[in-house]
Design a protein around this ligand. Structure first.
Ligand code: PA5
Length: 450
């Protein structure tokens, strides 16, 4: 079986190979510290060996619950924000038919809809309208149990669900995923006897794909979480402390981006040529942005979806300010087979492509763009996935997580905290006059008045 491949040939015109050889000792040192749990943020390393330690019992528990619930619903609303929704959304979008039907599935699974990732009145109002005539259930996910966005969405939807089905049946249609013993959601789940799962205290949100946070919505959508775990397990094995530097894709990716960052580029653009990977980029942006962007350091994670964005962002990437590098996720084999038909009169001049697969044209766009960007001064890292399926998504996401931890250590920051996120919350709570924020409220209104 093939594995994810990393190709950094298009970094060498900008960074000599010897510079990257120089990272061998350093990345080995950081990988050792990660695995010995002696580096920064060591109490948040529960994700590191999740793939190899996940139990049959926990997988079966998720599958059974999803199967039982799926029998009576058409829609599952997953309520969560940041790491409490992006991993599941990335996988579900990558595997779901672009037009809403399920690929290769013999039976129907509920449509998964996300809420609690914004505070838009229109979004919630329209969601409630939509749910009026639909049989649905709620999976509510927040580790802290106090995050405002999901808390508001859950209150609105819970009340709708209770009105629709009565309190008892509504309670059977709610699944809570939260901390074992702290926060408002844990209290509510215990009081109202919701079915609940625990997010381990030593796993941060953005690293929680292989906990119930990511896996329950994925299995609810009808996808194979065992294959997801198997792929991640393979990557756990490949990226472990015993692997030589050049055979460890996470170490090489972390080293290449760190070397580029030190030379000059401060923005990394994640590019893919598949619209199904739009949310993979959103997940990746949170992972790297929250893990590295602190202490005035960090590579700014941006993303583009080609070829659509070649007609919007392409100009800047080709000729704008030279502070970028690009990481491309390339999928070797598409699921479908669609050829361009021949036409007798060749009115649109496309007969030179007749009989060619659409994916062949996409691959030529990918290759041509990469070469053009390198010519334009944009270093390029290529990540090749054999196929878009659960197994390779498991590989890809664990690869990124491991590389992110190593990258954070290379920058000498703690990749597992996010202290900066509190700043907006404190101001918002002060402005909303939340009890306990009286002093901040007074200060902020004085500031606004002056
Ligand atoms: O990575 C993290 O831990 C955070 O980004 C969280 O995922 C995000 O803030 C949501 O937290 P919670 O699950 O407590 O609502």
């Amino acid at each position: 079986m093939k594995n994810l491949e990393l190709n950094i040939e298009n970094v060498f015109p900008f960074i000599p190979k010897e510079t990257l050889d120089g990272y061998e000792e350093l990345t080995n040192y950081h990988i050792r510290h990660l695995h010995q749990r002696t580096g920064k943020g060591a109490n948040f390393l529960g994700w590191l060996d999740l793939p190899s330690t996940i139990t049959e019992e926990s997988l079966k528990g998720l599958e059974d619950l999803a199967a039982a619930m799926n029998e009576k619903i058409d829609v599952m609303v997953v309520v969560g924000i940041g790491g409490s929704y992006l991993g599941a959304k990335a996988v579900i979008d990558a595997l779901t038919h672009s037009f809403g039907m399920c690929i290769n599935r013999s039976r129907k699974y509920p449509r998964i809809i996300f809420a609690g990732q914004n505070i838009s009145e229109d979004y919630l109002g329209e969601l409630v309208d939509f749910l009026d005539g639909i049989s649905y259930a709620i999976t509510v996910i927040y580790k802290s149990g106090t995050t405002t966005e999901p808390a508001i969405a859950f209150r609105i939807l819970r009340s709708h669900l209770e009105k629709k089905y009565g309190q008892e049946e509504a309670g059977k249609r709610i699944i809570a995923i939260t901390s074992a013993n702290r926060g408002a959601l844990r209290k509510l789940a215990d009081q109202r006897e919701y079915r609940s799962f625990v997010i381990p205290d030593d796993v941060g949100g953005r690293y929680s794909l292989l906990t119930p946070v990511g896996m329950l919505p994925i299995v609810q959508a009808g996808f194979d979480i065992r294959q997801l775990v198997a792929g991640a397990r393979k990557m756990e094995e490949i990226t472990g402390p015993g692997t030589p530097f050049w055979d460890n894709p996470s170490a090489v990716y972390a080293a290449a981006r760190n070397a580029l960052y030190r030379q000059s580029p401060k923005t990394e653009i994640l590019a893919s040529y598949h619209p199904k990977l739009l949310y993979m980029a959103e997940w990746w942006k949170q992972l790297y942005g929250e893990s590295e962007g602190k202490e005035k350091k960090g590579i700014f994670p941006a993303s583009v979806n080609f070829t659509a964005d070649l007609h919007s962002m392409g100009q800047y990437i080709q000729e704008g300010q030279r502070n970028l590098f690009e990481t491309v996720i390339s999928i070797e084999k598409p699921v479908r087979h669609v050829e361009i038909p021949e036409e007798e009169d060749d009115g649109d001049g496309l007969n030179f492509l007749a009989g060619k697969r659409i994916d062949y044209v996409n691959k030529m766009a990918e290759l041509g763009t990469m070469l053009a960007h390198v010519d334009g001064g944009v270093p390029n890292i290529l990540i090749k996935l054999p196929e878009l399926n659960e197994y390779y998504l498991g590989q890809l996401m664990y690869f990124f997580e491991k590389a992110c931890a190593i990258s954070g250590y290379l920058m000498n920051v703690n990749p597992f905290d996010q202290p900066g996120v509190e700043a907006y919350k404190n101001n918002m709570f002060a402005l909303l006059r939340k009890p306990g924020f009286e002093e901040e409220t007074e200060l902020i209104y004085k500031r606004l008045d002056s």
